[in-house]
Design a protein around this ligand. Structure first.
Ligand code: SIN
Length: 524
């Protein structure tokens, strides 16, 4: 079987959250340039951005770049890259205005006719623009609307990244080993036909989001299986800070709805965490109480759950906000909980910490450039160093926006010096496996990966747990790699292969780092 099609594009972007979409939008300003924007889902909006509730940092009253920088550095537990933080704090607010508000026409919530700013944990100022409690939905859907109108952006849905196309690895001429390694495109599986498309591009951007689905419980959508991180790792690209996996302190604990996020802005607006005895416990762990940085709050909750009889703690809105305020400010959370039988205007919400954000990733510079020539990484799959060991709330959408802009500017300035690799110089995809993958095996392998990560690479880690994690994941990776080679390609097997590879990247980094900082907390 060889129904391969070679596509030639100037820019290949994989991932359609804020980072991928803004990069595409900015690059489409070069009228002679064609951009291919790819998502593995049938629905282009399926990305973590769509599920972001809290909002995006801008600049609130009596605020400044210096104040924001200070808050980021404190949350990051001393491990942030100050150069990257300066870029974000200085450039970010203007880009929110120019790109999101003026160009894309995102409508943030207002009060008395002017933009309203909210606060979340570890922020010293109200500086977050939001749209009630579904800010990401507003941003993502508006971005996609604009992108769909651009003639030089081709959108490819239902296509899953198999591997980056790199030289000399995929070169036909073996003498390419004498040249520098570079990325020249990607192999994509058409999920519907099972055919592989080889895409050749001058610049390749990974914007595939994080790794949430490699854990048992996560706020991330189903599509977030670590595809970009795994592909980069296979291509030998530098990855840093991979051990820093952030848990969101408050996701809904409920039998019928897994992992629904209860935005930190709920605490920002005054709600409090209480244990099963109704006690305000967070001050025991940090003087900032329920508004301490996320890593501290998540560990506080973990500790209370360990000491108590219940598997959750409570988030109390009703004692601190009026019914009307709750319903208007948090309509999605109110309605979702009410549908499950919890009236949050009268009852407390049972909550637990779940995996939320990967602070580490593909090492990139101030323009989103990775260690591999032609390859850029943006948003959660990347590590600019802005977040250090723990991300400040509502900073992720901003980082995606800022680095998408930085990368687009860099590509615009340098694209004329880049050439496409010749089609006949790269190997076409070799189909090997023919068997149909057994879904029961895929499900069980996923369960194994997820429970190893949850139990051994979780909120609290130990050397013994991490050693086991690395051993178990190495075994699983070998088995899954063989499985992948034996079967006919489909999206499920590709996601599993990415999942186990990304899980191993995180577990190995955690095992190597014996020092606790931010969200890497190790007890011995
Ligand atoms: C939230 O709404 O709590 C999530 C915001 C974020 O992760 O920055």
């Amino acid at each position: 079987m060889n129904n391969q099609k070679i596509l030639k594009k100037d820019i290949l972007i994989i991932g359609t959250g804020i980072a991928g979409c803004v990069a595409a939008l900015k690059l489409s300003e070069m009228k002679s340039v064609n951009v291919l924007l790819v998502t593995k889902d049938a629905d282009i909006t399926q990305a973590s951005t769509l599920y972001a509730q809290g909002g995006i940092i801008e600049r609130g009253p009596n605020d400044s770049a210096e104040k924001l920088k200070k808050d980021i550095l404190v949350a990051g537990d001393g491990l942030c890259n100050e150069k990257a933080v300066d870029i974000l704090a200085n450039e970010g607010p203007d880009l929110v205005q120019k790109i999101l508000i003026e160009n894309v026409r995102v409508q943030f919530s207002t009060k008395n006719g002017t933009l309203d700013y909210t606060k979340e944990a570890a922020h010293s100022k109200n500086r977050i623009l939001y749209k009630n409690d579904h800010s990401g939905q507003e941003i993502e859907t508006k971005l996609v609307e604009v992108i769909k109108k651009k003639k030089n952006i081709e959108i490819l849905t239902n296509c899953t990244l198999i591997d980056l196309l790199t030289l000399p690895h995929h070169a036909i001429d073996r003498r390419k080993v004498y040249e520098n390694q570079k990325c020249v495109g990607g192999y994509l599986l058409d999920n519907e036909t099972g055919n592989v498309k080889t895409v050749i591009a001058k610049k390749i951007i990974l914007a595939t989001g994080g790794i949430g689905q490699v854990f048992l419980r996560t706020t991330n959508p189903k599509v977030i299986t670590g595809d970009g991180l795994a592909a980069a790792s296979r291509a030998g690209v530098d990855i840093i800070n991979a051990e820093f996996v952030q848990f969101h302190p408050t996701s809904l604990f409920h039998r019928d709805l897994d992992n629904f996020l209860i935005s930190e802005s709920v605490r920002g607006e005054g709600a409090e965490l209480k244990n099963e005895k109704g006690e305000l416990f967070m001050k025991k762990y940090d003087k900032r109480g329920s508004l301490a940085p996320r890593d501290i709050v998540a560990r506080g909750i973990y500790q209370e759950i360990l000491m108590g009889r219940k598997e959750f703690v409570y988030l109390d809105l009703k004692s601190y906000m009026s019914k009307e305020y709750i319903i208007n400010r948090f309509p999605l959370i109110y309605k979702t909980c009410l549908d499950l039988g919890i009236d949050i205007t009268k009852e407390m919400i049972p909550v637990v910490p779940t995996v939320h954000y990967h602070c580490g990733g593909i090492k990139v510079d101030e323009f989103g450039k990775s260690s591999l020539e032609n390859l850029y990484a943006l948003g959660e799959v990347s590590c600019t160093g802005v977040h250090g060991a723990n991300r400040l709330a509502s900073n992720s959408l901003l980082e995606g926006l800022v680095w998408a802009n930085q990368a687009a500017e860099d590509i615009k300035a340098n694209l004329s010096n880049s050439n496409l690799v010749a089609e006949e110089d790269v190997k076409s995809w070799e189909y090997i496996g023919e068997k149909i993958a057994d879904l029961a095996l895929i499900k069980q392998d996923w369960m194994s990966v997820k429970s190893v990560m949850w139990n051994y690479v979780g909120i609290v880690r130990s050397q013994e747990r991490l050693e086991r994690a690395v051993l178990d994941l190495n075994y699983l990776k070998h088995r899954i790699e063989k499985f992948y080679r034996d079967v006919r390609l489909n999206k499920d097997i590709l996601e599993l292969r990415s999942g186990v590879q990304s899980a191993l990247v995180v577990a190995e980094a955690a095992k190597k780092n014996r020092e606790s900082s931010g969200c890497h907390y190790i007890i011995n």
